[in-house]
Design a protein around this ligand. Structure first.
Ligand code: ATP
Ligand code: MG
Length: 196
């Protein structure tokens, strides 16, 4: 499951758990992006902060792991590179790429779209406020799954933190505490600051 995870929240975790149970997955690998090219218009927290929050959020689930492939690769993050790296690491594994409906809708605009579908099966999960459309997508390589609706977004979590309202219960407790400890999303905090 790829994402910016700035911060990771319960919408991500519920979606991952639902897909894992529905598709009988052995493992869900969370892959925080390095430089998300679609989000260059806003300041994104450092990859190290986003990676560590994802580790904290997933630590208690034996089937959840976090990969550094995108964090450690230089340059903008493209899903094609993510899938190539994960495939090289686990050549025997069948890969499913879990993504939200909003991202799936844009998939055909991604770099090397045809090769994406040869490397992984794509699972689009429903997300409140986003319609799922299969138009133009290869139906044998893409599945849609309705997950319990959680109207949580990282944007909302950041806005709360920015105005001094910790995002309790929207993100795991350890992530609320990590955000407070490092003063993430607060006015006057440089978003690129690495953790102490
Ligand atoms: P932002 O508000 O900064 O865009 P976000 O909440 O969309 O953040 P991302 O890191 O961009 O979080 O999301 C990673 C993936 O998880 C995307 O494919 C997105 O569609 C999906 N996703 C995010 N929130 C939810 C949710 N509440 N339910 C289902 N899927 C979600
Ligand atoms: Mg998003």
């Amino acid at each position: 499951m790829g994402g910016t995870f700035d911060p990771v929240h319960h919408g991500h975790l519920v979606a991952a758990a639902e897909v894992a149970s529905e598709f009988g997955l052995d493992e869900v690998v969370f892959v925080p992006t390095g430089l998300p090219w679609q989000k260059s218009q806003r300041a994104v927290s450092s990859a190290e902060h986003r990676y560590l929050m994802t580790v904290i959020a997933t630590a208690s689930n034996p089937r959840f792991t976090v990969s550094r492939v995108d964090v450690d690769r230089r340059g903008p993050t493209y899903t094609i590179d993510t899938l190539r790296d994960l495939h090289a690491e686990r050549p025997e594994s069948e890969l499913l790429f879990i993504t939200g409906a909003d991202a799936l809708a844009a998939i055909l605009t991604w770099k090397d779209a045809a090769e994406l579908f040869s490397l992984a099966h794509f699972v689009g999960v429903t997300r409140p406020g986003h319609e799922l459309s299969m138009e133009g997508l290869p139906t044998d390589r893409v599945s849609l799954l309705e997950v319990p609706a959680l109207a949580i977004s990282s944007t909302d979590c950041r806005e709360r933190a920015a105005t001094g309202r910790p995002p309790w219960y929207l993100v795991p407790d350890g992530v609320v505490q990590y955000i407070a400890k490092h003063r993430l999303y607060r006015a006057g905090t440089a978003p690129g600051d690495a953790p102490d």
